[in-house]
Design a binder for this molecule. Structure first.
Ligand code: F3S
Length: 663
């Protein structure tokens, strides 16, 4: 609400009062001894000020010394006072207002002419007392229209003389007009026997002041009339204003304004402009008007601030609705929630469940006291002055925008797998949740989804429902892309003989697959060991890290053949260096066939003991003589490194061994 203060231009000292005040203050300044006959003006503040300067007010001329000048105030005095002053030999300065002097002359002249004098005014007012004092006979004095009307109606037949009607200079204009209209009407109706002379002696300054005050009061919401409570023109102003404005105050000075009371008079809840009107009686000095203006401005300024505050509060109440985005300051954090100052009377609460979806976090992990944080309002309770807030929802909203963009430009997003749900996993990314179907969650379908829980993953958005703010992602798409990139890089650089360290990813009957960094190569079962093995699992298991080397490459078929066993471990090399024909060795029977038995000399090297070389007599069934695991002593009879064949003989070590070995 806007508050404006309007001061009437005609407020304050009139010409006559101003002239008297200047005279008196001038004499005080010059140090002249003087008194005022009666209070100079009906304003205690001015009267006291003058007294402080040595010019006091006196009610009587008795006791005044000859060196004191008597100041006759603007109201004027009865004619007799001038005689008394002369009689007492007192000097005087006559400050009677010229407009009042004019009335004196009219009253004196008309009464001399034998007219009945009627004065509309206050009989006790010094001005009226002064006017009366110029009449030859006692005038009729009426304060109100009713008194005047009653007098005329009751006495019209007796009023045979000419009537001279005049008014106190500060008399109420509208009442004066009513009076003159009544006279005219009675004249027209022949109800007045004699002639009537009407003298409008109301001072134009007063008329203007009253007219202006009336105008102002009509449009004002609060009127302040400043002036002495014994000032006739001030009281008239107050009467006029209070009749036109429901809130009207009469004060003598700014001291009487109680800012608290004033605030009560100015309602804060109206949307219209609130106008404070100020006017002042003719005896009110300018400095008092200025003081009142200044104080009222201060009050209005403070009120404006209050209003702004109230309006801001009100506005803030109105602004907070469910779904609004608000900025708040964290004022407290406990284990279950954050307390937020959202800049209104409401206290904001952001429960942990609305701060994050991450079950591993506490409120203090997310916000700290003093942080400025944006929230979405989830619920408003004006009655309790509480609003419930969600950071999670706001994050999700921002996150979803990032998701939309990522879908558009194919950006890879980061997120944490927060839940394993039916058919897939949920990933929290930028505060938004993305569903990743099981088929898109891992590189291979057989991988368990639980292994992803709480892990950071990279994924691509593959589908979005903008209206429902739902998104579907794919981790596999990223993994495949990474794999493709790794493959391309691998094929670009790889050559036969390159050595890699890789993890065994899977095992089949014919070999083990080893991850070479995004691309798998295979170690054939025959390449896993120098020994004869039936299954790769006899040598490696999934997860083992092997040092392998590239044996062969076929980019077209996307096939990488790897070797694992090393030449330095080749048992034939060891055998060659340590064993010769005719050496007698201890060997263990590892297999039995119809034509003989194989016995292991060292790991990886087996020699054949032919059925004819087992004993020095005929053997028809090897198993009748030997069994698997049996340790035998035999002579190496032949070595063929190229064909990887070793022949041995047990018979050669028996009697007649020479023939046996030859055989
Ligand atoms: Fe004179 Fe009019 Fe003032 S009569 S004292 S100028 S109000």
């Amino acid at each position: 609400m806007k508050i404006e203060i309007k001061t009437a231009e005609s407020a304050g000292f009139c010409f006559g009062v101003s002239r008297a005040a200047e005279t008196a203050f001038g004499m005080a300044e010059r140090g002249e001894k003087a008194v005022t006959f009666g209070e100079l003006i009906h304003n205690p503040s001015v009267v006291n000020d003058l007294a402080d300067r040595g010019i006091r007010a006196v009610d009587s001329l008795d006791g005044l010394s000859g060196d004191e000048t008597v100041i006759i105030r603007s109201h004027g005095v009865p004619k007799s006072v001038y005689g008394l002053l002369d009689e007492k030999g007192l000097r005087y300065v006559d400050c009677t207002c010229p407009f009042v002097e004019r009335i004196h002359k009219i009253a004196a002249e008309k009464s001399r002419e034998g007219c009945d004098i009627i004065i509309m005014g206050d009989k006790d007012h010094p001005e009226v007392v002064g006017i009366s004092g110029f009449c030859e006979n006692s005038p009729y004095i009426f304060k109100t229209f009713d008194e005047f009307s009653l007098f005329l109606k009751n006495n019209y037949k007796k009023l045979k003389k000419t009537l001279a009607i005049m008014a106190q200079t500060t008399y109420n204009i509208s009442m004066w007009e009513k009076c003159t209209q009544l006279v005219r009407r009675m004249q027209e109706c022949g109800e007045l026997a004699g002639e009537v002379c009407v003298f409008n002696t109301i001072c134009s300054a007063t008329a203007n002041r009253q007219a202006e005050a009336a105008m102002l009061a009509k449009s004002a919401d609060l009127m302040i009339v400043i002036g002495g409570r014994r000032s006739s023109n001030t009281l008239k102003l107050f009467n006029i204003c209070s009749g036109l404005c429901s809130r009207c105050l009469l004060i003598e000075s700014a001291d009487e304004i109680d800012p608290c009371e004033m605030r009560k008079l100015i309602p804060l809840d109206t949307g219209a402009i609130f106008t404070v009107g100020i006017t002042a009686g003719a005896s009110t000095p300018a400095y008092i008007i200025k003081e009142v203006q200044r104080l009222m401005s201060e009050i209005v300024k403070n009120l404006d601030e209050d209003i702004n505050f109230e309006e801001a509060l009100e506005a803030s109440f109105k602004k907070i609705y469910t779904g609004n985005r608000v900025k708040g300051y964290i004022v407290a954090v406990n284990n279950s929630e954050a307390v937020v100052d959202v800049g209104t009377k409401h206290t904001g609460y952001a429960p942990l469940s609305e701060l994050t979806d991450d079950p591993g976090l506490k409120p203090s992990d997310i916000v700290k006291v003093g942080d400025s944080v944006d929230f979405i309002v989830t619920k408003v309770n004006d009655q309790d002055g509480v609003v419930y807030l969600s950071k999670k929802k706001l994050d999700a909203r921002a996150g979803f925008e990032a998701i939309l963009k990522a879908k558009e430009d194919g950006t890879i997003l980061d997120g944490v797998v927060t839940n394993v749900v039916k058919g897939g996993v949920l990933v929290l990314s930028n505060g938004a949740k993305v569903f990743i179907p099981a088929s898109q969650a891992t590189a291979r379908r057989d991988e368990p989804l639980e292994g992803l829980l709480k892990k950071n993953v990279k994924f691509k958005i593959i589908d979005v429902n903008e209206q429902r703010e739902k998104a579907v992602g794919s981790i596999r798409a990223v993994l495949n892309a990474e794999k493709d990139a790794a493959k391309a890089k691998f094929w670009e650089n790889v050559k036969v003989g390159d050595v890699f360290k890789g993890e065994v990813k899977s095992i089949t009957n014919y070999g083990a697959f080893v991850d070479l960094g995004g691309i798998d190569g295979m170690v054939h079962i025959s390449e896993l060991s120098w020994n004869r093995i039936k299954h790769p699992s006899e040598v490696v298991k999934v997860g083992d890290v092997l040092e392998v080397f590239v044996k062969d490459l076929d980019q077209e078929a996307n096939r990488i053949s790897l070797g694992y066993k090393k030449d330095s471990d080749n048992p034939w090399e060891k055998f060659k260096s340590e064993y010769n024909v005719d050496d007698v060795v201890k060997a263990k029977v590892v297999s039995i066939t119809p034509f003989g038995a194989f016995a292991q000399i060292i790991p990886g090297i087996d020699g054949l003991i032919h059925i004819s070389q087992i004993a020095d007599k005929r053997v028809t069934n090897v198993k009748d003589v030997l069994e698997i695991g049996q340790e035998v002593e035999a002579k190496i009879t032949e070595i063929d490194i190229d064909k990887k064949r070793i022949s041995m003989s047990m018979r050669a070590l028996l009697d007649g061994s020479e023939e046996a070995s030859e055989e």
